[in-house]
Write a protein that binds this ligand. Structure first.
Ligand code: PEP
Ligand code: MG
Length: 751
């Protein structure tokens, strides 16, 4: 047995190095099998990929098999050991291949001497990608630990391998459609919806509208170097810059960012991509034009795809082309490719937001239809101002147009005059000074014997530092879906464990409320919904419904949470609960996961607190029963208001109806507070509505003492709570509001 098996997960440095050594997609797969063979201490490792059209597994790379077999060996799912692993979606360990009932002998590929088999399916999300097979001469060579290690490696590599497949697809010749652009003049001031606050001043960089092939173009005023040497230098520089960006991301976004640029690297070193440019230049084309023509041909192919994951690659292509062009210019080279740019995009994926922010973008404008709550939460986390606009003409704006983006008001100024510009520079400076040194106390005595707890909502690991910086000592909501959303796949148990472990190592005293995956509604995982879109995702397989239907994903996450929270104050929070049965089912999964970990001697938290989010109207009518099942409750006002009032939380058209002070909302919250007080169930509020002076007074008046808010809202909450008479009269204020049956009357009191 190989002792270090469970630690055999590839490091980021190793994964990155795959891109350095290889020369083509096939070369990348060759390097991959070599790396895996090394880790698994075996002489034979192969990768089979599923051809989506034929439904057959095809041998695509092998270390150990006859090279002539690559591309020529095919297996149906269920056929042989390899096909069975894919069909049954589980690792298969076979001590001696010929004993396997379904063994398929393939003559002439040189596998006769390799008796022991370990085959593990490669899954990207729920999508089947292929199978990794390790073989060894020694009978009975592989064990369960090896299977776990190879499964972890397969999970780590799935996204990269899928990118490789996409690029192989790209090598097939296809005609391209010319881009069509219509231009209309833009008004000087455009009013939209504020998404994340802040002020950005910069030049426009439009990604155009997805599906309309936003192509790369040459800057007519720039001077580009030409010739093969200049091109090769630009390619090398581009690679180095991307490596630096990747390293920085690893530092700042350990949870999501480390390999976010892998598609860029893959394309950059792909012979059919940079090699084609090189060929054009050797044939006499100017370097910048060669870059533009190859990039645009590929953009055309990807941009028209129905699949979000593929459209995202079109943006990566443009991004890469943009960087190559900059590096062909005679000017100072920088890693921050989009420094001082306002990115304008009709549809922006969470991973793209991270990429642009990492490359120095100043602000973001999105079309209102692509606004999701996660974009908003992410924007808050990485502190980048975002405004959403209704006007589609903005996507045809000339590149480099001067723009001011006011994320406090939701306003965009096109080509502002100098006076406006100066005014906003001043305002931006003032805001950046504000609250920088603010320190809060996490427990505040608002009256003798009355203590209020302030906790932080965390999305990215980067939020931890901000929350700590302000003095928070507990996390009232960790939105665990972020690593899933940004990477656009399902992180393995080990990866989740590492992320969660970071949280507990920084917040080791106070409670940490880890929320089970909350996807669906407007928090869509592109790679899932592409295949099977729901007509009504807000009322569909969202959050805990998804997890209970995909029990393996739920169990993996629970195991990672229990392990990471071993010495911490772990609270597991169930989102989007609508019934008592869901709570019981999740509790059973947690019980089983703990039992299973114990059986394997794996240390973990044996007694996590288990609680629910109050977000759906149905919970209001089964509160007493729910209280008997759980250790705590937390009101998610964002969804509660949405579902109680039937108002889409992301729809600008009904934004004025999203009213936290609607009498139904207030009475609902007061009822939850009453039941929790009676039944002695700790209750918190973790939705955004609490960050409002009047609402905070109402909630205090209702008896709620725990609040979890975005780190950036901690200073405001603290200031209000420290005001001398803030708590006085809260109870009467609450009574007064509850006695009014219309929003109008309540509005009058608030004014
Ligand atoms: C809520 O719904 O109020 C909440 C805190 O959860 P999220 O915003 O992540 O849906
Ligand atoms: Mg919610």
């Amino acid at each position: 047995m190989k002792e270090k098996a469970i630690d055999l997960i590839c490091s980021v440095a190793e994964l990155s190095s795959l891109f350095e050594r290889r020369q083509s997609i096939e070369g990348f797969l060759d390097e991959t099998v070599k790396l895996i063979a090394e880790h698994m201490e075996t002489d034979l490792c192969s990768i089979y990929l599923l051809n989506q059209e034929t439904g057959m597994l095809v041998l695509r790379a092998s270390k150990g098999l006859n090279p002539g077999a690559v591309g020529n060996v095919t297996l149906a799912p269920g056929e042989g050991i390899t096909g069975t692993a894919l069909k049954q979606l589980r690792p298969i360990i076979v001590p001696k291949g010929t004993d396997f009932p379904n063994f398929k002998h393939i003559p002439g590929i040189n596998e006769e001497e390799f008796e022991a088999f370990l085959a593990v399916p490669i899954l990207h999300g729920l999508r089947r990608i292929g199978v990794i097979v390790c073989q060894h001469k020694k009978i009975n060579y592989f064990n369960q630990r090896d299977a776990r290690a190879l499964t972890a490696i397969a999970a780590q590599m799935a996204a990269m391998i899928e990118n490789a497949i996409l690029l192989m697809e790209l090598h097939k010749e296809r005609p391209s459609a010319p881009a069509v652009k219509k231009k209309r003049s833009l008004p000087p001031i455009m009013h939209g919806q504020k998404v994340t606050s802040g002020i950005a001043l910069g030049k426009s960089y439009s990604l155009g509208r997805r599906g309309t092939n936003s192509t790369l173009s040459i800057d007519k005023n720039a001077h580009y170097m030409t010739g093969i040497e200049a091109f090769q230098t630009a390619v090398n520089l581009t690679r180095q810059q991307i490596q630096v960006l990747q390293d920085q991301l690893k530092e700042n976004f350990a949870d999501v960012g480390s390999l976010i640029f892998h598609a860029h690297l893959l394309m950059l070193t792909d012979e059919a991509f940079s090699g084609e440019m090189e060929q054009l230049i050797r044939n006499g084309q100017v370097a910048s034009e060669a870059v533009v023509s190859v990039v645009n041909r590929y953009i055309d192919i990807f941009a028209d795809s129905d699949a979000a994951a593929i459209r995202e690659k079109a943006q990566d292509l443009k991004d890469l082309g943009h960087r190559l062009l900059l590096n062909l210019q005679e000017q100072d080279k920088q890693n921050e490719d989009y420094r001082d740019s306002i990115i304008i995009s009709s549809e922006l994926f969470p991973s793209e937001l991270i990429k642009f922010a990492a490359q120095g973008a100043a602000g973001i404008i999105v079309h209102k239809t692509s606004l999701t709550s996660h974009l908003k939460i992410l924007g808050q986390s990485i502190k980048i101002p975002i405004v959403s606009l209704d006007n589609k003409d903005i996507f045809n704006i000339d590149e480099g147009t001067s723009i001011i983006l006011d994320g406090f008001q939701g306003t965009v100024f096109i080509e502002p005059d100098t006076a406006t510009y100066d005014q906003f520079i001043k305002l931006a400076d003032e805001h950046s000074m504000l609250d920088a040194d603010m320190q809060i106390e996490p427990l505040i005595e608002v009256a003798p014997g009355e203590t209020v707890a302030l906790m932080a909502n965390i999305g990215l690991l980067g939020d931890l530092q901000i929350a700590r910086g302000y003095g928070a000592d507990s996390i009232g909501l960790y939105r665990s879906e972020f690593p899933f959303l940004i990477r656009n796949d399902f992180p393995s148990e080990e990866e989740q464990y590492r992320i969660y472990h970071r949280i507990f190592s920084e917040f080791n005293e106070g409670p940490v409320y880890m929320r089970i995956l909350d996807i669906g509604g407007d928090k869509q995982l592109g790679f899932l919904t592409d295949e099977d879109p729901e007509a009504n995702p807000f009322l569909g397989l969202r959050a805990i419904r998804f997890s209970l239907k995909n029990s393996e994903i739920l169990e993996t996450q629970i195991r990672a949470m229990l392990r990471a929270g071993k010495d911490g104050n772990l609270h597991i929070m169930i989102p989007f609960v609508s019934s008592i049965e869901e709570v019981r089912d999740v509790k059973e999964v947690i019980r089983q996961a703990s039992k299973n970990l114990s059986e394997h001697g794996i240390e973990h938290n044996y007694k996590p607190k288990i609680g629910i989010m109050i977000e759906l109207p149905s919970t209001g009518f089964i509160l007493e029963e729910l209280a008997r099942e759980v250790d705590f409750m937390s009101i998610g006002t964002n969804d509660l208001i949405q579902y109680l009032l039937g108002v889409d939380r992301t729809n600008a058209r009904v934004a004025d109806m999203f009213n936290p002070f609607h009498p139904a909302v207030l009475r609902f919250i007061a009822r939850v507070a009453d039941v929790c007080n009676e039944q002695k169930i700790p209750l918190s509020v973790c939705g955004d509505a609490a960050v409002n002076r009047n609402m905070l007074r109402f909630l205090l008046g209702s008896g709620i003492r725990n609040f979890s808010v975005a780190p950036s809202s901690l200073p405001d909450m603290y200031k209000w709570l420290k005001e001398e008479h803030f708590f006085n009269g809260c109870s009467n204020f609450k009574q007064d509001l509850l006695s009014r049956g219309s929003s109008e009357e309540i509005k009058k009191i608030l004014n």
